[in-house]
Design a protein around this ligand. Sequence first.
Ligand SMILES: CC(C)(COP(=O)(O)OP(=O)(O)OC[C@H]1O[C@@H](n2cnc3c(N)ncnc32)[C@H](O)[C@@H]1OP(=O)(O)O)[C@@H](O)C(=O)NCCC(=O)NCCS
Length: 157
Amino acid sequence: MIVVVGHIIYSKAKVVHDDGEFDILCMGPLAVLPSYQGNGIGSLLMNDSIEAAKALGHRGIVIFGNPNYYHRFGFENAMKYNIQTAEGTNLEEFMVLELYEGSLTGIHGKFYADSVFSVDQEELANFEKQFSNLCNWIMREAYTASLFYYNHDLNSK
Ligand SMILES: CC(C)(COP(=O)(O)OP(=O)(O)OC[C@H]1O[C@@H](n2cnc3c(N)ncnc32)[C@H](O)[C@@H]1OP(=O)(O)O)[C@@H](O)C(=O)NCCC(=O)NCCS
């Protein structure tokens, strides 16, 4: 049996400036099942994925997160690289990791996450409506199926 105890997600993002548009990775979310936390799983996911990102030729990783956790992996305030949020601000929680020496040279501007993160509220509401209908259908079918098997089981005795 395989048990998933943690996950890490990366998406493609952009840093945009008048003089160009630069590809960058965005990490998040990262999570470990509470009962497995504090055993190095989060660090393993971070370190392995950072190595994979380097091997794939990426130049940097942006994150929004707790600096106390991410500084240990080499993340620094994005201000150091002249990278701002899409709103043009900088904050301690907005960090970047240079994947190899000088890899972020020339990359500066505003950070834009992939459009997949932009939520159209109406579309979301419709999606959730469909989802709950689907859930109801699955529950009804599962209930009918369990009744069927229950009857079948009783009949076979
Ligand atoms: C953050 C998280 C992924 C760390 O995973 P983990 O497997 O427990 O981490 P590790 O075992 O590799 O590291 C444990 C260290 O991280 C620290 N740590 C854990 N969560 C932290 C947090 N939210 N902020 C700061 N430090 C944190 C622990 O204090 C511990 O520090 P130490 O090594 O100095 O003792 C996990 O706690 C989690 O899933 N938290 C809930 C979701 C979350 O906050 N995700 C991050 C979003 S930015």
